[in-house]
Ligand binder design. Structure first.
Ligand code: PEP
Length: 252
């Protein structure tokens, strides 16, 4: 049985004081006996403040990116050891905004280096994959997702993949208010699970958590999260309010 996992991606939002307010609100409302794993992923600048607020809570901390190198001449970047030192357990890698914003344009090869660096340091990556609208309309969803998985997970061993969560995030559904139907999402998740079975083994396929991401809200969470292969959600906009994020957690 896979435990549900809900992660909030705050993206480049909030201020130090609103980040603290949101964190405190979540800590106060999350039931200590929850059966759901919960993580929040603030901007780099808010990590240490949020980590302090989370100290005695059941909410984990995640980052939104890392740079795959030892300390050195990489102005503006943070590496996996720094994120661990700041209290992170998770790191989001391969988010569609980092893959598709033209000035960022991360490749699968670079994401693969980040995956290896995160795993080697002891961070748990949330690897995002998903197709553009054109690709879905051209019937390429499975091929695109499988290529992202194959290249982002290149050389990762069966033992190492144990700490990886996959987030299926159709790009056309992120921040647009357009949600994949439960059937569309379930079909993509089932394919990802079968891909994991072939690339790794049955245990990896049956235990890896696959989150859905793309305009998840309290109102659509229950139906999405009740699909057999959807084990949680990566939440953007709705993670910026205590009520909506808690509403999703309560539906998980
Ligand atoms: C995301 O940021 O990964 C995301 C899914 O955003 P939203 O929930 O706003 O679509």
């Amino acid at each position: 049985m896979r435990r549900a996992f809900i992660a909030g991606n705050w993206k480049m939002n909030l201020t130090q004081s609103t980040a603290t307010e949101l964190t405190n609100g979540l800590v106060a409302k999350l039931d200590d006996n929850t059966s759901v794993d919960v993580a929040i992923c603030p901007s780099f600048g808010f990590l240490s403040g949020v980590a302090a607020e989370l100290a005695s809570s059941h909410i984990s901390l995640g980052a939104q990116n890392l740079y795959p190198a030892e300390a050195g001449a990489y102005t503006g970047e943070l590496n996996a050891e720094m994120l661990l030192d700041l209290g992170c357990e998770y790191v989001i890698l391969g988010h569609s905004e980092r893959r598709h914003l033209p000035d960022i344009a991360e490749s699968n090869g670079f994401i693969n280096l980040k995956m290896k660096s995160a795993i080697a340091a002891g961070l748990k990556p949330i690897l995002c994959v998903g197709e553009l609208l054109d690709e879905r309309e051209a019937g390429q969803t499975t091929a695109v997702v499988e290529e992202q998985l194959a290249n982002s997970l290149a050389d990762i061993t069966t033992e190492q993949v144990d700490v990886v969560t996959i987030a299926y995030e159709p790009v056309w559904a992120i921040g647009t208010g357009k949600v994949a139907t439960p059937d569309q999402a379930e079909a993509a998740h089932a394919n990802i699970r079968e891909w994991l079975r072939i690339r790794f083994n049955d245990l990896v396929a049956d235990t890896t958590r696959i989150q859905y991401g793309g305009s998840v809200k309290p109102e659509n969470a229950r139906e999405l999260l009740s699909q057999p292969n959807i084990d949680g959600a990566l939440v953007g906009g709705a993670a910026l309010s205590v009520d909506s994020f808690m509403g999703i957690i309560e539906n998980a």
